[in-house]
Design a protein around this ligand. Structure first.
Ligand SMILES: *Cc1c(COP(=O)(O)O)cnc(C)c1O
Length: 485
């Protein structure tokens, strides 16, 4: 048996349920029997499963303690770049849990589901308003699923023009899911190198764009946290060769209500409702990755679509050019409800302000840590900023050491070693929901770690020292997981 008794500070150790309890303990009692007792025949009863005998207090404490080992946005700052771990207002959960929504069966006929259909119809309109696009489908269940929907639409568009185009341009600052989604759709990804400023350069796109290329997938703002300033020129080059511009809009948190995506040349865009529009995420979902398109591409959107006819709402499959169905029913409606609640409770002006504060917070951290950490792209950033371990590597301190040490200071580490174009990247996304004192606390911790890297690098190699578990062998954890004890 493992050592499992005692506490470290107020963090309670917790054994497995099988190591707890005692023979004959029970967590519930049944009402007095009012029928005759009939013994279960031996061959039916068998030995029964190997469940531990536990009382109610054993079970309640076990799960409550385990829940306290978690770290999340409700516990503290979670500056995981690219993931937008902002605080999710609880009112969203409350609205989504209203009996009329939570109890609505997905097979309800449209006349009995007018309220929810109306809401989905309006959510599509709001997302179009926020992004500048014309039409949307809420069906995709995640960002990467939205990308796949977008690629299918791109493919359907070219097929309808009677063209076969097999390649797609993907900048090296795009999110890793982009080439994966393109391949899943049968496209060959052609990487485009970004320029010295971390920007997509029109000349690089012009050199690669040809009539076998279906279009480009641009992450904007890109994974370096920079806005692709040449997007209009890039779009013009791609359009001139008959291609489409796909924008990965998972970083929309930086530009809500600020950038009109269609006006800068985007034809297809996906959003991550679970990031930008405030749904708890991580650990595998559920999410929602709506895909938004221009009027010209609307005919290809997945079905069923919510339509409004003579003041009534219905689900329609009558779109002959559709790419088909991508999810059961209308997608993850629970997540869509939370996004709707978020959008309405914020209002247009506050959504824009949220983006402005997200950008301000990232720039604040960038300027406060400049000098202590190397900045590969020293220019104004959007909602996230990227540092490296270049200064600390002289003392043999790596990005991983820095990230692990942050836990000793009470902060969830930022994203590390991503984006791949930056060696030893440390990517910080503070989000708009962190108050000033937390940003200052984070800056102070990062500066203290930079000082430790100079004075006591050995300390950082051993970090973290205060959490329940120290430095884990991450390769062993993935290659030979121990699932039994
Ligand atoms: C998170 C993210 C994705 C993928 O979204 P999932 O919902 O995890 O599939 C795609 N692109 C960017 C830029 C992202 O940040």
């Amino acid at each position: 048996m493992k050592a499992s008794i005692g506490t470290r500070g107020l963090i309670l150790e917790e054994p497995l349920l099988w190591e707890k309890g005692g023979r004959g303990r029970r967590g519930m009692s049944l009402p007095r029997r009012d029928v005759e007792r009939i013994p279960v025949p031996e061959d039916v009863a068998g030995d029964g499963p190997d469940f531990p005998d536990l009382s109610e207090v054993d079970v309640v404490r076990h799960y409550t303690r385990l829940s306290q080992w978690n770290f999340g946005v409700d516990t503290g700052m979670y500056p995981l770049g690219s993931c937008t771990m902002k605080y999710n207002p609880k009112t969203n959960e409350r609205q989504a849990a209203l009996a009329g929504f939570a109890g609505a069966h997905p097979m309800l006929p449209a006349p009995l589901a007018q309220g929810i259909l109306e809401l989905l119809y309006h959510l599509e309109r709001y997302l179009c308003e926020i992004t500048g696009m014309d039409a949307a489908s809420l069906q995709p269940a995640a960002g990467a699923h939205g990308e796949l929907a977008g690629m299918l639409i791109c493919h359907a568009h070219h097929r309808r023009q009677g063209r076969v185009r097999s390649k797609i341009l993907i900048p090296d600052t795009a999110h890793g899911t982009n080439p994966a989604s393109a391949s899943l759709c049968g496209f060959q990804s052609i990487p485009v190198k970004s320029g010295p400023q971390g920007m997509l350069e029109p000349a690089a796109v012009a050199a690669l764009m040809d009539e076998q290329t279906a279009g480009i997938m641009v992450t904007n703002p890109n994974t370096l946290g920079l806005f692709e300033e040449n997007i209009r020129q890039v779009a013009a080059i791609v359009h001139a060769k008959g291609g489409l511009v796909y924008c990965d809009g998972a970083n929309m948190n930086a530009v809500m209500g600020i950038v009109d995506m269609q006006a800068v040349g985007v034809d297809i865009l996906h959003l991550n409702l679970h990031k930008t529009f405030s749904t708890p995420h991580g650990g595998g979902g559920p999410g929602s990755g709506p895909v938004c398109v221009t009027r010209a591409l609307e005919r290809f959107l997945p079905v069923p679509r919510v339509v409004k006819r003579r003041g009534r709402y219905a689900l329609s499959e009558q779109f002959p050019d559709t790419v088909g169905r991508l999810h059961a029913f209308c997608g993850n409606v629970g997540v869509q409800l939370k996004a709707y609640s978020y959008i309405l409770s914020m209002g247009a002006a506050n959504l824009k302000r949220a983006s402005q504060i997200a950008v301000l917070n990232a720039n604040y951290i960038k300027s406060k840590l400049k000098g202590a950490y190397h900045l590969p792209y020293d220019r104004p950033c959007m909602h996230e900023c990227v540092f490296t371990d270049q200064i600390q590597s002289a003392q043999k301190v790596s990005t991983l050491d820095i990230a692990k040490r942050l836990m000793d200071y009470g902060f969830h580490p930022p994203t590390v070693y991503f984006p791949l174009v930056v060696s030893g990247a440390i990517m910080v996304e503070p989000t708009e929901t962190e108050p000033r004192e937390n940003l200052d606390g984070f800056v102070e911790a990062m500066r203290a770690i930079a000082a430790e890297a100079q004075d006591n690098p050995e300390l950082l190699h051993q970090a973290p020292t205060s959490p329940k578990l120290m430095r884990l062998d991450e390769t062993a954890a993935a290659r030979s997981p121990c699932l039994s004890d």
